[in-house]
Design a protein around this ligand. Structure first.
Ligand SMILES: Cc1cc2nc3c(=O)[nH]c(=O)nc-3n(C[C@H](O)[C@H](O)[C@H](O)COP(=O)(O)OP(=O)(O)OC[C@H]3O[C@@H](n4cnc5c(N)ncnc54)[C@H](O)[C@@H]3O)c2cc1C
Length: 387
């Protein structure tokens, strides 16, 4: 067992910290306040080649694995970009990169992987209003008409629709069969924008750097050549996207929690109200130290899950644990940071309340706490399936 970063990973972490550090907090506050996509930061991720870290070298990337992406994402978040910067890696490197690297055919890889290193932005449309966490019961369907699938249905809370130029849609290509729940699910890769796709954005608590929408597909055409894997047999491919999504968002959460801790400590060292820095009060130290313990544990779980994914071993349980541990550790860290800053922590300019609002999402999405624990009880503890 080796707990050291190798030389490339040290350099990757430094690069990611540096890229994130070039942007100040004011930038992220503006993004949050005006709800705009952080285009300049996205472009700096492209230019620094961080976005293509896991794209195979033959398609213009650095040819690294998910563990390296996790290291980069954690450092991007920790270096100042928080969940905003870290989550961006889902919108391409994960939705497109992980999917195509494992399940794309050679033509699809040639066509779409190079764009991931140069800034193609991908949306992933899985959740539906009626099926919610029970994703095998989705109703969006794709029917074949000549050499084109026509997609019809509604998706819910889908992010990045305003800026994405690609979309992966999970759709049924045959009706739900209670005896074989996962059969008949297909993944289709389409282009955006399209007159056949309407997106209606929601107002929300945080993560204002990305739009999240109710999405309506009406005869949305996807060429038959753009089905990923086999028709109706996408369940395995789906989890080769959903597991890395959990891992990468967990890495972003660990980095963001660490960033919030740093901000809290910096503030506590400088703020005096009883003739000495408030950092000297044990009552403030304990929650920060406890958050540090939980972030460190979550980080190891993230690395283990990513390491297993890179070896094509089953990473479902570690990915679920990583996501759960990181969601809770980072939220507690941001909460402790707000408490440390006192009234200032509640004020937007402090920057820490934004991290708390953004991190809160991780307890619900991409999979909720309850569904994560349901899964772990069944698959790790061997208890009866409860859902
Ligand atoms: C800001 C935002 C962005 C998102 N982006 C995307 C995206 O880009 N693409 C995408 O596909 N989806 C996206 N989602 C959707 C997200 O993944 C879902 O919201 C999440 O999976 C939960 O589904 P639901 O909201 O339908 O909750 P529901 O399934 O309705 O669950 C509601 C509550 O009931 C609990 N619950 C449900 N079933 C059980 C059970 N069996 N046992 C115990 N508790 C249970 C849940 O844990 C939850 O607390 C996004 C969501 C948000 C809020």
């Amino acid at each position: 067992m080796d707990f050291d970063y190798d030389e490339d990973q040290v350099a990757l972490r430094e690069l990611a910290l540096d890229v994130a550090g070039r942007v100040d907090d004011k930038y992220w506050q503006d993004v949050d306040e005006h709800h705009h996509f952080p285009r300049e930061f996205w472009e700096s991720l492209v230019k620094s080649e961080l976005l293509g870290v896991s794209v195979p070298e033959e398609y213009g990337g650095s040819g690294k694995g998910l563990l390296d992406m996790a290291i980069a994402v954690e450092a991007v978040a920790e270096g100042g970009a928080g969940m905003e910067g870290g989550s961006l890696f889902v919108s391409g490197p994960v939705f497109g990169g992980c999917l195509l690297a494992r399940h794309g055919n050679p033509e699809q890889r040639r066509e779409y992987l190079p764009g991931l290193a140069t800034g193609d932005l991908w949306a992933g449309a899985f959740t539906e209003p009626d099926s919610g966490s029970n994703i095998t019961t989705i109703r969006t369907n794709a029917t074949l008409s000549g050499d084109t699938y026509l997609v019809n249905g509604q998706k819910m809370y889908i992010s990045q629709m305003a800026n994405a130029n690609r979309i992966v849609v999970m759709a049924r290509t045959s009706p739900y069969d209670p005896g074989h729940r996962t059969r008949g699910i297909s993944l289709l890769l389409g282009d955006l924008p399209s007159p056949a796709v309407e997106a209606k954005p929601f107002r929300k608590l945080g993560n204002n750097f990305m739009d999240s929408n109710a999405v309506y597909f009406t005869d949305y055409p996807v060429p038959v050549a753009n089905i990923i894997g086999s028709e109706g047999g996408a369940w395995k491919a789906l989890y080769d996207v959903l597991n890395p999504e959990r891992i990468i968002l967990a890495a972003a959460a660990v980095g963001t929690g660490t960033l919030a801790l740093k901000r809290a400590i910096e503030y506590a060292m400088g703020r005096e109200v009883w003739g000495q820095p408030i950092a000297a009060h044990q009552g403030l130290q304990f929650p920060l130290a406890e958050a540090r313990v939980n972030l460190a544990a979550a980080r190891l779980q993230v690395y283990e899950a990513a390491w297993l994914y890179d070896r094509e071993r089953d990473c479902g349980v570690p990915a679920a644990m990583a996501k759960y541990a990181a969601a809770h550790a980072s939220l507690a860290a941001a909460d402790a940071a707000i408490q440390t800053l006192g009234g200032a922590g509640y004020i937007a300019e402090s920057g820490v309340e934004r991290h708390w609002r953004n991190l809160r999402l991780n307890r619900l999405s991409p999979v909720s706490d309850e569904m994560t624990l349901n899964y772990l009880a069944q698959h790790d503890l061997g208890m009866p399936r409860s859902y």
